[in-house]
Each structure stands twice: as C-alpha cells, then as structure tokens.
Design a protein around this ligand. Structure first.
Ligand SMILES: Cc1cc2nc3c(=O)[nH]c(=O)nc-3n(C[C@H](O)[C@H](O)[C@H](O)COP(=O)(O)O)c2cc1C
Length: 181
C-alpha cells in the first residue's frame, strides 16, 4: 500500500478517535523477530525531554509486556474501520497461545527504523523506541482510579516511546472516519 510521511501531530486527532471508538494495534517482536500484536485503548502523544513521545500502558499480564520490555521498541498502527472485529480479537486473544497475524490474515512488514514490524493493512503507523519506562504507582494514584481499574493490582507499565517515524496512507483522514473519496 502506498504510504507517505506525516508530521508528529498531523493525524493524531483522528488516530485518537479511532483509539476511542475501537482501539489501536501495538506490535512488538521477540529477539528472533517473531511479532505479536495487542489492542490498546490508552495512549498519549506529546513532547518530553525535547523529544516526540508516545506513551503506551501495558499490564504485566500481557504477553506484549515482556516483548516491549526486552526489545525496547514497538509500533502503533491505526486500523481501518473495516478492521473492528480484528481489533477486538487482538484485544482478547493472547500471543502466548495464538498467532494473531496468521489467524486474522494480518500482513506484517518491516518497519523503517525499529525492530518491531508494522501491519500493512493499517492506515497509519507510529514507530517508537523506548526511552523510559515507569510503573503506575498506586500510592500516587487517585483512589477511584485504583479501585476502578486495578482490582487485581496489575498496575500498567508505562512505556515512553520516542516517535522516530510516522507514515500512512495519503487519504488517512477520510479513511479513518469511514469516508471514501
Ligand atoms: C479496546 C481494547 C483496548 C485495550 N487497551 C489495552 C491497553 O491500553 N493496555 C493493556 O495492557 N491492555 C489493553 N487491552 C487488553 C489487551 O489488548 C489484551 O489483553 C490482549 O489479549 C493482550 O495480548 P497479548 O497477551 O498477546 O499481549 C485492551 C483490549 C481492548 C479490547
């Protein structure tokens, strides 16, 4: 699929809408290059340490957790509206037992600058190198968030990824909102 470069924030508004509506796909890979994908519903984009940073929050129970922790990079892929059932699948099945790419016919291709690959069918890609990670600290968290989101004490690790490349289909805005030109 033809892709063009995007600036850091150019398409983030639409990407957040997709994240809120269905979810984004975070891809990581082990040392041999074997990839895994999981759905994320929470992420931030901004500037920290004078770097463009995307944060992803991953619970220790996810197979993805160990992969990102070891590999030190990940990609965040914005799915097209017709991939909603795939997003749901990747958000309920684990890479420990499933090859989600094969099962849902997701095409994996190398990223430009990181070890973790991208999903070709997705509309937009953020390539991220982990520059910091930090565990959510219940002692410093609002009590209602602790009780609403952490009944099992599985506090997320927040991965701060320096965004080293953003690219996607030329008509991302229209396609992300389900419109076709
Ligand atoms: C819409 C949606 C959003 C999700 N967001 C997150 C998230 O931000 N962080 C997280 O740790 N898990 C999140 N999950 C759960 C993981 O995607 C799910 O546990 C997945 O099966 C983990 O896959 P893995 O074990 O292959 O890493 C989300 C699930 C869905 C359906």
């Amino acid at each position: 699929m033809e892709k063009r470069d995007y600036s850091l924030t150019e398409a983030w508004g639409e990407a957040v809408q997709v994240m809120h509506r269905s979810g984004l796909l975070l891809v990581s890979a082990d040392a041999t290059g074997k990839p895994n994908v999981m759905t994320i519903g929470w992420a931030l984009l901004g500037i920290v340490w004078a770097k463009p940073i995307l944060t992803a929050l991953v619970r220790p129970s996810r197979f993805t957790y160990g992969l990102v922790d070891l590999a030190g990079d990940f990609t965040v892929n914005v799915p097209s509206p017709d991939m909603d059932d795939i997003v749901q699948y990747c958000g309920t099945m684990s890479g420990r037992e499933h090859d989600k790419f094969a099962e849902r016919r997701l095409v994996v291709i190398p990223a430009r600058q990181v070890h973790s690959p991208i999903i070709d069918q997705c509309l937009l890609h953020y390539e991220c190198k982990v520059v910091h990670k930090n565990d959510v600290n219940p002692q410093m968290l609002a009590p209602d968030i602790v009780s609403n989101y952490y009944p099992r004490d599985d506090y997320h690790r927040i991965f701060f990824g320096e965004v080293v490349s953003v690219y996607g289909v030329p008509d991302f805005r229209q396609r992300a909102s389900g419109l076709r030109l």
